[in-house]
Write a new protein. Structure first.
Length: 220
């Protein structure tokens, strides 16, 4: 069987830009000032890891706030997904400006250029830089990063959430935490630095000795 070997980088550059909590907070606040429903939408993306299309297609009848549960019947992976709604997201959805006593989708938006423009406007107002070619996907990356950094999940744990189908896709979020081995640097010997003269710049003994050696060999 003839096989074609794809060149290195053929899958494109894997982008893992994400937001720090304080950046996300500024984005949510800026969005709320523009459109409260949009702010809730962004929070759902950030705290559930659903893709843009999945978030846009969340149906009210498939949401059970009392059970912290939402159901996505159709995902990019071709498999349905049960979504956990953290308490803060349950509270946010309860504050939906159009309420929940209706049928259809939870949010009124459609994937369009106008929606992306709206997101850029919010990031600008929040004074948070938006990396190129990431847009709404930054919230999915943020979810993966936070679940690793603050939730303590490894790549397998991320796949077990149902957000990613395989470990290869989830392993990229290792960047958000330092390994147990790397933390051993805290055990390394430390240089003792002291200064007897207030305001004087501090130098280690080794640096001073090296300077003295240079003085000895300086031509007169």
């Amino acid at each position: 069987m003839f096989q074609v070997k794809r060149p290195k980088g053929a899958d494109g550059k894997k982008r893992t830009h994400w937001l720090w909590p304080e950046q996300a907070q500024r984005v949510f606040v800026a969005a709320a000032k523009l459109d409260l429903e949009f702010s809730i939408f962004l929070q759902v993306l950030c705290y559930t890891g659903v893709r843009l299309e999945e978030g846009l297609c969340l149906e009210i009848e498939l949401i059970r706030l009392e059970e912290n549960f939402a159901y996505v019947p159709d995902t990019k992976n071709g498999e349905p997904r049960a979504v956990f709604l953290p308490p803060n997201i349950v509270d946010a959805i309860k504050d939906h400006p159009r309420g929940l006593d209706r049928e259809g989708y939870l949010f009124r938006y459609h994937k369009s250029g106008a929606l992306y423009t709206k997101l850029r406007k919010v990031f600008k107002a929040a004074k948070v830089p938006m990396p190129p070619r990431v847009a709404f996907h930054i919230f999915r990356h943020t979810y993966g990063t936070w679940m690793t950094r603050y939730g303590g999940l490894d790549a397998k744990g991320l796949t077990d959430t149902g957000t990613w189908k395989d470990i290869k896709s989830a392993v990229r979020y290792r960047h958000s935490v330092t390994s147990e081995e790397a933390q051993k640097a805290a055990l390394l010997p430390r240089a003792q630095i002291k200064s007897d003269e207030p305001g004087k710049s501090v130098e280690t003994a080794s640096v001073k000795e090296k300077d003295e050696e240079h003085e000895d060999v300086m031509p007169s």
